[in-house]
Design a protein around this ligand. Structure first.
Ligand code: CAO
Length: 543
């Protein structure tokens, strides 16, 4: 007899509202313990959620694009009554060689279904390495699937019992791990942790048949449904960990002609070397397609990046870039290359608005109330301008334009570690005080390094305000997949001719960069003029 079991998102650490980027099973599929069910991706990592039990998928409750957190329902499984109750995992096939603290544990090939004599194509650890639970140890590759074997324990690799090229089957000894007393306790959590066995895309695409075992024959392996890019990505020869690594760096693996591994398999080093060559200009970044879809073709034919031995000219110090700088740098470089953006400038007369802001803040100071910021007024005015010019609230998706009907406004925040871009959600539904409070809180969270992925997602339009620092005008880089960004500099008193005389007015310099594939110069200028009118007389926001 079978019963229905709910499968929920396991403990995924501090991640919340993480994007579902792949759903790997469909109703009717049979899944084994540890078969991947879905793939999640935050800006920091991609993770597979494996099935904790064997069963048949009855109903899938999520889809690609959903945002999920720990405890959310993924799907219903028909499971045999005997396995319906939670049980400790057995994957990893580990056995204890000696009990108690500081013991040595054998790590064996876990249940890999019907596979036998599967070649080891990669050994990811060396003697002396410390591994955590789920650290990939080796990659196996049959002609039908590639699989990573993760560590079932945290510990230090004591000896390796296999090497690349060895053929292994279930229960074969892989390595010995020296496990401390506290680490041994970690094992029973495995059913609720991620990726006990990570299968390659060939095996991760079931069509009513079990994902593995037996996996679909390669010729019949269905292509990922999402996009042409995913289809070709699936065809490249690379292990799951390398695919994950490439995805994290935004590298299109199809651009690496051949890897340096056996049978041309792409290794992590190949991806690193590709990125290095792109960053140094030896290889051109992916060229922009006509309509913002998947990159492909076209080479900029740039000169290689100059290699200079700086130490020859004087003392130097090498300082690694912060993680944020590396991440934002890669995004900025892509956006700069791929988006044909034009920057349009406008001056807004904010004399009255600033007087009003100062007046309200003075009144509130006495009562200890919240402070109104120029940024909050800018957010509100931008929402109004987006409503008047909806083309600015879109994203390119291949030959389609996605028209958003919500108004989430991002703002660039300068932090000690680099630039981050938190998002004020549903700004159209919030008052100026709320916008000031929320943007202030987000800016503080940004400076404290506490922004979560959800705080930085879902933006429609970005404001980059350098007003607190100075400057006159600049050219902000459009934050893809948005189509426009507003740069703001410091307001200054300027003499303005009123028809009879020069009068001192407080002028705010605006710099709007817009993707010319979506927004032409006339529309951008209309947007700017309207925005300046709103800021000059904020009553217009109500119209
Ligand atoms: N003109 C004149 N003064 C301005 C101003 C403007 N446009 N904008 C802000 N100010 C004033 C504020 O009123 C404040 O003065 P008081 O302390 O006397 O009230 C002071 O400058 C400091 O403001 P702030 O910049 O700290 O605060 P904010 O709310 O205006 O902005 C934030 C918040 C997060 C946008 C800002 O701190 C920040 O990080 N800006 C940098 C963004 C950035 O790096 N962009 C570049 C991206 S591309 O490299």
């Amino acid at each position: 007899m079978s019963i229905i079991k709910e499968i929920h998102v396991p403990d995924i650490g501090d991640f919340k509202g993480v994007d579902v980027i792949e759903v790997l099973v469909a109703p009717g599929d049979t899944v084994e313990v540890d078969s991947p069910l879905i793939m999640l991706e935050s800006d920091k990592a991609s993770m597979e959620v494996p099935s904790p039990v064997h069963g048949k998928v009855r109903d899938v409750k999520i889809k690609v694009g959903d945002k999920i957190s720990e405890g959310d329902l993924i799907l219903y499984l028909d499971v045999a009554e005997s396995v319906a109750a939670p049980e400790p995992a057995t994957s990893g096939g580990a056995a204890s060689a000696a009990g108690g603290a500081g013991e040595t544990r054998e790590v064996r090939v876990p249940d890999i279904g019907d596979f036998k004599g599967v070649p080891i194509i990669e050994v990811m650890v060396a003697v002396g390495d410390h591994v955590e639970i789920d650290t990939p140890l080796v990659t196996l590759e049959s002609d039908k699937a590639s699989m990573e074997v993760p560590s079932p324990f945290a510990g230090t690799v004591q000896s390796l019992e296999v090497k690349v090229g060895d053929k292994v089957s279930q229960d074969d000894l892989l390595l010995l791990l020296a496990v401390s007393g506290s680490d041994t306790a970690s094992k029973p959590q495995l059913p609720d942790t991620l990726s006990a066995v990570t299968l390659g895309p060939k095996a991760r695409k079931p069509t009513g048949a079990p994902p593995a075992p037996p996996p679909p024959p390669p010729a019949k392996a269905p292509a990922p449904a999402d996009s042409a890019a995913e289809t070709s990505f699936a065809k490249v020869h690379a292990s799951p960990s390398v695919r994950r690594f490439a995805r994290e760096l935004g590298v299109d693996l199809t651009r690496l002609a051949k890897g340096s591994g056996p049978k041309g398999r792409i290794l992590k080093e190949d991806v690193q070397s590709f990125v290095k060559q792109v960053m140094t200009g030896a290889i051109a970044p992916a060229a922009a397609p006509a309509t913002g879809g998947v990159a492909g073709g076209g080479v900029l034919n740039l000169l290689p990046w100059p290699t200079v031995d700086f130490a020859k000219f004087g003392p130097i110090e090498v300082k690694p870039l912060s993680r944020i700088k590396k991440l934002s740098g890669a995004n900025l470089a892509r956006n700069w290359v791929m988006i044909p953006a034009v920057t349009y400038h406008e001056d807004a007369d904010i004399t009255d608005l600033e007087a009003f802001r100062v007046q309200i803040n003075k009144e509130n100071e006495k009562g200890g109330g919240a402070k109104l910021t120029m940024l909050a007024f800018l957010i509100k005015a931008c929402v109004r301008a987006l409503q008047r010019f909806p083309d600015f609230n879109t994203s390119l998706d291949g030959d389609n334009l996605i028209q958003k009907q919500y108004y989430n406004i991002a703002f660039a925040a300068d932090t000690p570690n680099g630039l981050v871009v938190p998002v004020v959600k549903n700004a159209d539904q919030k008052g100026i005080f709320d916008l000031a409070k929320e943007s202030g809180e987000l800016a503080k969270k940004a400076r404290d390094g506490k922004l979560g992925p959800a705080d930085m997602q879902g933006a429609c339009f970005t404001i980059s305000s350098l007003g607190g620092i100075g400057g006159t005008y600049f050219s902000p880089i459009v934050n893809a997949p948005e189509v426009a960004i507003l740069g703001v500099n410091k307001s200054v008193m300027k003499p303005v001719w009123d028809g009879k005389q020069f009068v001192p007015r407080l002028i705010l310099p605006l710099s709007l960069s817009a993707d010319h594939r979506v927004i032409d110069g006339a529309l951008a200028t209309r947007f700017n003029v309207y925005l300046a009118q709103l800021l000059a007389d904020f009553r217009r926001v109500l119209l």
